[in-house]
Every structure is written in structure tokens, then in C-alpha cells.
Design a binder for this molecule. Structure first.
Ligand code: C2E
Ligand code: CA
Ligand code: CA
Length: 617
């Protein structure tokens, strides 16, 4: 070999050596190297085969070779392993524990085959011309380096792979430990942990949680008569149905046997709302089990008994998980003793509250059909003390319960869809009255409209605006003959939706008043975002104004000043004395309302008032 050739040889070798460290990815590295070698050495082709056990590339092993055939240059049509001698080499060196190099001359093709220990094999197909011996000499140290690089990369990937596998195993183990094998629901252990966490949360963030302990009635009979496999299938179906009925954020667990438990997170900040929310969920569970379940060839009917307890219990120190579960369990037995297919609260007083609600809801359901509802009207006066409007207020007289105040039944109705029926009744009655008094108000120029209180659920109905427009038409009145009153509770879930709806109302020329202003936590901060023209300051700031604190007066003054700046009309409700009336008249607010002027009155009384006022004017 002369000097020039020698230098070229070294340069070429160096270039190929460089290519053996070109990437941190095994496949990229081998590809780059193979292409470089093909180009620089004038080869006819390169094929790379990796051991099936190599995790560093994302290929599966080829059935015909048992290797992963990673690289085929120039193409996969005539790969090296199709050659019998090459195939023999591959088979012999498998699983490539040691170095091996072979010069193969077969079927008119020339190959140099290397085993890359613990990695695989690389087969170079030599061109027709060229110094084959020299090529092998050049390649030997290069392949040694290539082997090191590949081994290093596969070791790293193997370690990573092992780590991931271990993590997966751990996870599977963890899941198994926390999961009920039959129903795939989280199990008693998971429940204990979640309950422990949730008790801490309720104490920290000052809200209530609830546990509903569910036991299936007469499950044992099914197990005994139809066999355990039917029993198991039934439990799975029950688990599905219960899960389906859980609110977002609530979890269903299987404690064992036919015992399930619901963990309700955040059922409200007051005991009252905690009772009502858990009651609603318990009723829904019972309702959801009314439909029979298809279990194999059987159609089975199963009912639950549910024990309810609320935590933390403020009257006791016993707020650990064990006590909470024990209370729910005790309550479940109470439900069983009350005839099953029902729920019972652990605390007897809560049971009373819950029962009252049920009774009220039950009577209210029939109130419309029995003609027990009517409206009263309370006048609104402007700063000149002229009669300008009247608020319609719902009244309910039930033969058994007597007069029930809207404060005592509206929120119960609001928890079910009952409120929609009631609200529709109010809407129709109020519009009918607005129409009825037109003959009197025509001669009464200052009188403008009847206001109607709108509940959040009613407002959120998809077709609220359309429905309202049709009621207005049916009663032959103008949009301007009524005003809606709603509170900021309509904004809670989705303020943007509410704004869109308000704008839709305004487009239809239907105007509204933001009621109970000042009681919401964020009144001032969101007000500028809303298309509101009128606010009604909550009566809690107003009634007994003379005796109120300095801070209270400052708040009311600030609201009035702000409303003035924003060109909002201000209505004051709850005015009970002349003093209070004077104070606000001097502020030139838009309208006033309260016992000082009139209590809410029946229709005929209101019409007489209209007539009297007309005579006075
Ligand atoms: P609200 O909308 O704030 O209605 C004003 C309440 O204050 C009425 O109580 C009214 O009778 C009372 N009130 C009026 N003037 C005075 C006063 O000078 N001093 C005092 N202390 N109170 C006064 P009511 O009729 O018992 O209604 C209570 C709440 O029930 C209403 O509060 C409203 O939120 C709801 N409500 C009443 N009717 C309906 C209705 O038709 N639909 C809906 N969704 N809610 C209604
Ligand atoms: Ca109102
Ligand atoms: Ca109010």
C-alpha cells in the first residue's frame, strides 16, 4: 500500500468511525452509518438485523429470520437473508454472543457479515469491483466501535424499559390492591383512604360531605336461588348503574358482598343544603333502580336500602372515617327497618328536615292541579310617589299545610324540575293579569308594568326567551308591559351564556331587573359586564335603615352613587317607615317598594288601588 492510498484509507476509516457516534437513537445511528458506508465504500447494499429482544427500536421480529430486519439498502426486495449462506450465518451466530466475521461468496454475490455482539448482525454486500480484502481491513475497527455504540444505546434503553415496566407493574399492583376484582369499582381500602382525605377537606375548606351506604334488599335470595354466577353478574350490573348515576366528582365504591357506598364531595356549606343535596342523590339512586336489570337469561328487579350521614358532624368529636362509616351503616339498617327501598338519615333531626321537604314537594306537585296557587301584587312608586309598577309574588295555600311562604317552598321546587311547572304557572298568571289591568292602567299614565320573579333553573331553559315571547303574545300584551326580576344566581354556572341570553331578551324588547343586589359576593366586579339597566338593592340593607350601622349606610350610598355613575336605575325594596322613604326620596332613586307603601295584595285589592290612585291624580 503506498502512502497516498494509506492516507485515503485512514481518512475514510475516520469518517466511518465518526458515523458510529452520530446519534443517541439506535435506529438513526445504524441508518446514518449504513448509508455512509454504502456511499463511501461503493457497496451494493447493507442489511441490518437486530436481536428480537432489543427494545431500543420499535419494530417487531420478522417470522422468517427471528430477527428484527431493521435496514435494507438498497431495498427490501432482495434482502441479504434471502441468500442461503447469509441466512446460515445469521442462524449460526444467533444470538450474537460473540464477535464473528465471515466473508461469504454465494449465488454470485459477495458479502461481509459481522455479528455485533448482543445487538445483531450487519451484512455488507460488496460491489462487483473493488478490493474486498482492503474493505474488510478498513471495516474491522469501525465495526468494533459501532458495536460499542450500539451496546451502550441498548443498555440505556433496556434500563429505561425496565424502569417503565416496573412502574407499570407497581401501578397494576396498586390498582389491584384498591380495586374490587368483580365490579372494577374502587374497594373498601380505596374508600377508607378517600373518606379520610375528604373529611380533612371538609374541615379545611368548611363545607359538608356525605356518605350514602347502599345495601341491596334480599340479595341473598337471588344468590341462593339462581346461583353465585348470576349473583355476581347482577352485582356488576348494579355497579354500572350506580356509577352512571354518580355526579361528577362523586365516587362509588364496593365495600364487599352487596354493599356499595357513595362518597359525595362538597354537598354544600350549610347543613340545610347538605341534607337536601344528599337527599336528592339518594332519591335518584332509588329511582334509578326501579328499572329491572337484564342478567343473562333473567330480568331481575332489585331495590336498595340507603343510609345517609353527613360529615363533619359539628356536634361531636367523632369525625374519623370509622365513625362516619358506622353512622352510615346504622342509618342503612334504619332504612331496612322502615320497609326497605328507601333511605334514612343517621341524625333523627336531619330525617325530620328531609321528610318535611318530601312532604312539601309532594303537596306542591299537586298544588297547580288543585288550584292552590295565586299571585299577590306589591306596588312600586317613583321618587314622586306615583304608582309605576307592581311585583307579582307567589302565594300557596294548602288545606293540610296552611299558607306556605315562597321562602319555604321555592328552593325545594328548585331542586327538582317542579320549579319549571310552577314558574310557568306564574308566568301565565302574571301576564294574564298584566293584560287584565290594561283597561284600568290606560287611564293611569304613570303606571308601566308588572314584574315577574324568574328562578335560575327557569332562566337556564334552552327555549326560555321563545317561550316567554309566546306567552306574551297569547295574553295579548306588549313586552314592555312586564319586567323580569332575577338574581345573580343565574350567572353562577356560566356567566357568558347568561349574558347571551340577556341580550336575546333585550333584542325582543323584554327588560329586566337584577334583584337582591348587594347580597352576591361579586356584585360590583361583574356588574359592568352585564347588559343591566336596573338593579334592586336587597331589602336586608334597607329595612330599619335608621338603625343600621354606619357601614351599612355607606354601602347603600356607594351602590346608589355607583348606579348613578353607570346610569343604572335603582329600585329600593323593604321600605317600612316614613323615615326610610324620606331618605331614599331625597336620593332621587328610580323606584321604591315596601310595607310602608303597601303590603303585597290580592288582584281585586290592587285594581281598587289603581282606581283610587287614578281618582287622586
Ligand atoms: P323577593 O323577590 O326579594 O321578594 C320580596 C320579598 O320581600 C317578598 O316576600 C315580599 O313580600 C317581601 N317584602 C316586601 N316589602 C317588604 C318590607 O317592607 N319588609 C319586609 N321585611 N319584606 C318585604 P315573599 O313574597 O315572601 O317572597 C319571598 C321570595 O320568594 C322572593 O323574594 C322571591 O325570591 C321568591 N318568590 C316569590 N314569588 C316568586 C315567584 O313567583 N317566582 C319565583 N321564582 N320566586 C318567587
Ligand atoms: Ca323580587
Ligand atoms: Ca329582593
Amino acid at each position: 500500500m503506498n502512502n497516498k492510498i494509506n492516507t485515503e484509507f485512514t481518512a475514510l476509516q475516520n469518517e466511518l468511525l465518526l458515523a458510529t457516534g452520530a446519534s443517541h437513537n439506535l435506529e438513526d445511528l445504524l441508518r446514518a452509518f449504513s448509508h455512509k458506508a454504502t456511499e463511501k465504500l461503493g457497496l451494493s447494499g447493507v442489511n441490518v438485523y437486530l436481536l428480537a429482544s432489543i427494545h431500543a427500536v420499535d419494530h417487531s421480529a420478522d417470522a422468517s429470520t427471528g430477527y428484527k430486519h431493521l435496514i435494507a439498502i438498497p431495498d427490501a426486495k432482495n434482502p441479504a437473508h434471502k441468500n442461503q449462506s447469509v441466512n446460515k450465518f445469521l442462524t449460526n451466530v444467533h444470538p450474537c454472543e460473540k464477535d464473528a466475521v465471515d466473508f461469504i461468496e454465494s449465488e454470485g454475490r459477495n458479502f461481509v457479515a459481522y455479528a455485533l455482539p448482543r445487538v445483531g448482525s450487519i451484512i455488507f454486500e460488496l460491489g462487483e469491483a473493488g478490493d474486498h480484502e482492503n474493505t474488510v481491513k478498513l471495516l474491522n475497527p469501525v465495526i468494533e466501535r459501532l458495536t460499542y455504540s450500539c451496546q451502550a444505546l441498548t443498555t440505556i434503553t433496556d434500563l429505561n424499559y425496565q424502569l417503565v415496566q416496573n412502574k407499570k407493574l407497581e401501578q397494576a399492583y396498586e390498582e389491584q390492591a384498591n380495586q374490587d376484582a368483580l365490579t372494577k369499582l374502587p374497594n373498601r381500602r380505596a374508600f377508607r383512604y378517600s373518606l379520610y382525605q375528604e373529611i380533612a377537606n371538609t374541615q379545611r375548606y368548611n363545607y359538608y360531605g356525605a356518605v350514602l351506604f347502599i345495601d341491596l334488599d334480599h340479595f341473598k335470595n337471588i344468590n341462593d336461588s339462581l346461583g353465585h354466577s348470576v349473583g355476581d353478574m347482577l352485582l356488576t350490573k348494579v355497579a354500572e348503574r350506580l356509577t352512571h348515576n354518580a355526579r361528577a366528582g362523586d365516587d362509588v365504591f364496593r365495600l364487599g358482598g352487596d354493599e356499595f357506598v357513595f362518597l359525595l364531595r362538597n354537598v354544600g356549606e350549610t347543613e340545610e343544603s347538605a341534607i337536601s343535596t344528599s337527599q336528592v342523590v339518594a332519591s335518584r339512586i332509588i329511582e334509578s333502580m326501579l328499572d329491572p336489570l337484564d342478567v343473562g337469561d333473567f330480568t331481575l328487579h332489585i331495590t336498595p336500602s340507603i343510609g345517609v350521614t353527613i360529615f363533619p358532624d359539628k356536634n361531636t368529636e367523632e369525625n374519623d372515617g370509622e365513625s362516619v362509616l358506622k353512622h352510615a351503616d346504622t342509618a342503612m339498617y334504619k332504612a331496612k327497618s322502615e320497609g326497605r327501598n328507601t333511605f334514612a338519615f343517621y341524625d333523627p333531626e336531619m330525617q325530620v328536615t328531609a321528610s318535611k321537604r318530601l312532604i312539601v314537594a309532594d303537596y306542591l306537585r299537586k298544588a297547580i292541579a288543585n288550584d292552590e296557587l295565586h299571585l299577590e301584587f306589591q306596588p312600586l312608586y317613583n321618587a314622586k310617589e306615583q304608582l309605576i309598577a307592581a311585583e307579582s309574588l307567589l302565594r300557596w295555600h294548602n288545606p293540610a299545610l296552611g299558607n306556605v311562604s315562597p321562602e319555604d317552598f321555592i328552593h325545594i321546587a328548585e331542586e327538582s324540575n317542579l320549579i319549571l311547572e310552577v314558574s310557568n304557572w306564574v308566568l301565565n298568571a302574571a301576564c294574564a293579569f298584566a293584560s287584565h289591568i290594561k283597561q284600568h292602567t290606560r287611564m293611569h299614565p304613570s303606571f308601566r308594568y308588572i314584574t315577574i320573579n324568574i328562578s335560575p333553573k327557569q332562566f337556564k331553559q334552552q327555549d326560555f326567551t321563545e317561550h316567554l315571547i309566546s306567552v306574551i303574545k297569547e295574553n295579548d300584551i306588549e313586552p314592555d308591559d312586564i319586567r323580569l326580576e332575577f338574581t345573580e344566581n343565574i350567572l353562577i354556572d356560566n356567566i357568558d351564556d347568561a349574558i347571551v341570553k340577556m341580550e336575546k331578551l333585550l333584542d325582543a324588547d323584554i327588560k329586566f331587573i337584577l334583584d337582591d343586589f348587594g347580597t352576591g359576593y361579586s356584585s360590583l366586579s361583574y356588574l359592568h359586564k352585564l347588559p343591566i339597566r336596573t338593579i334592586k338593592i336587597d331589602k336586608s340593607f334597607v329595612t330599619g335603615f335608621k338603625y343600621k350601622s354606619y357601614a351599612n349606610k355607606a354601602i347603600v350610598d356607594a351602590i346608589i352613587a355607583m348606579a348613578d355613575r353607570m346610569e343604572l336605575q335603582c329600585v329600593i325594596e323593604g321600605i317600612e317607615t316614613e323615615d326610610d322613604a324620606r331618605y331614599f326620596i331625597d336620593k332621587e332613586i328610580y323606584a321604591m317598594q315596601g310595607y310602608y307603601y303597601n303590603r303585597p295584595m290580592r288582584e281585586d285589592e290592587f285594581i281598587s288601588l289603581l282606581k283610587d290612585r287614578f281618582l287622586e291624580n
